[in-house]
Design a protein. Structure first.
Ligand code: SAH
Length: 346
């Protein structure tokens, strides 16, 4: 049965105030509930001890209070990375990853159950889109991990399952709640949204007045090659994408990150590096090289470490800012969507 109750954890303070007023309550009750949900990370209305029992009961009847249950947790013996498989209120599952860095803890969250973008190398795309996530379900990945690890999260990357810009309104709401001073108050500068390149939404995002980082999954610097790897490239050309990136930088002053997964013999040659440098050279940007993570259902092979290094050196010679993504949690199904597939198809 579908739960049709209003999703209280997806509401901002203004909406919550309206709810309380309509219920005949004082508006400061909204502030109290908001703080319990987003500041103190309460798991239930019962924890909200400064509300009357009666109000707690009425809230329970009126609202859906989304909490995620960790159904599987894997810890990497290599670097302490933890991968969580969370169950949503309707029984669907999503993955999130917790990574410990010197500069703080980072969480990679999912934005949809499945994905409809169909990138050839990606495990999340294999079964298509099941449904988008509500703002509460994105927040809860961060909240549940904070509680389970007992450590503060300082960075959030929306790079798990799903295409965040294909769930635009919920994504914006999520970012506003996540970075709100009355919630976890994570700095907008520490939030990264990764997209396969939905041009109209990238432009819209630029106009939101946010200070988040935009990461673009490029993976090829040639239209034809990109179309082979990513069906979305049939809709938007690289020229259109670069214009949208320049627009994002102009509007926000935030440097763009380009993600480039290196696939042996497909996009890792000298010519590829040269074309990439030519394509992005004029933008204020940074390139993140990721050796492709082999997915069981796909036959892509990761570039050798020599090839990755040569690619990096070549880009640097052209004056491009580039890093090789540290591979975290490779021993625990590190690549997108793999843990959920294993659970679904075992
Ligand atoms: N839909 C968004 C975010 C999710 S994927 C996007 O496309 O950016 C996060 C990143 O992982 C993307 O750059 C994606 O292309 C990359 N990716 C997916 N599967 C991968 C794999 N098997 N190996 C390496 N990178 C992969």
């Amino acid at each position: 049965m579908k739960d049709t109750k209003a999703d209280i954890k997806s509401m901002d303070l203004e909406e919550l105030k309206k709810e309380m007023e309509e219920a005949g309550e004082k508006s400061f009750r909204a502030n109290q509930i908001y703080e319990w949900m987003h500041g103190k990370l309460a798991r239930d209305f019962d924890e909200m001890t400064n509300l009357s029992k009666n109000l707690r009961e009425r809230c329970r009847e009126a609202y859906l209070f989304t909490v995620l249950k960790a159904v599987k947790v894997q810890e990497s013996s290599l670097d302490g990375t933890k991968k969580f498989l969370f169950e949503l209120p309707d029984g669907n599952t999503v993955e999130s990853v917790w990574m410990k860095y010197k500069h703080g803890n980072s969480v990679c969250i999912s934005s949809q159950v499945g994905c409809r973008m169909g990138c050839r190398f990606c495990a999340s795309a294999i079964d298509g889109l099941v449904r988008p996530l509500a703002p509460s379900e994105m927040l809860e990945q961060v909240y549940a991990i904070t509680l389970l690890t007992g450590e503060r999260v300082s960075n959030v990357v929306v790079m798990g399952m799903g295409e965040p810009l294909d769930n635009y309104d919920n994504l914006i709401k999520f970012i506003k709640l996540l970075t709100d001073e009355n919630g976890l108050h994570i700095s907008q500068r520490n939030v990264t949204v990764s997209t396969c390149g939905l041009v109209p939404q990238m432009r819209k995002l630029a106009d939101e007045g946010l200070q988040i980082t935009l990461a673009l999954s490029l993976h090829a610097a040639d239209d034809e090659k990109r179309r082979e790897l990513m069906p979305v490239a049939r809709k938007y050309t690289l020229a259109e994408l670069m214009d949208a990136c320049a627009y994002y930088f102009d509007k926000t002053g935030r440097r763009i990150t380009f993600e480039y997964s290196l696939i042996s013999g497909e996009n890792d040659g000298e010519k590829d590096a040269r074309e990439l440098a030519r394509l992005i050279g004029r933008l204020n940007c940074h390139v993140n090289l990721i050796p492709v993570n082999p997915v069981k259902e796909r036959d892509f092979v990761s570039s050798s470490s020599e090839k990755v290094l040569a690619f990096k050196n070549k880009l640097e010679k052209y004056g491009i800012n580039v890093t090789i993504r540290r591979e975290m949690g490779r021993d625990i199904d590190g690549a997108c969507g793999q843990l959920r597939r294993r659970q679904l198809h075992q």
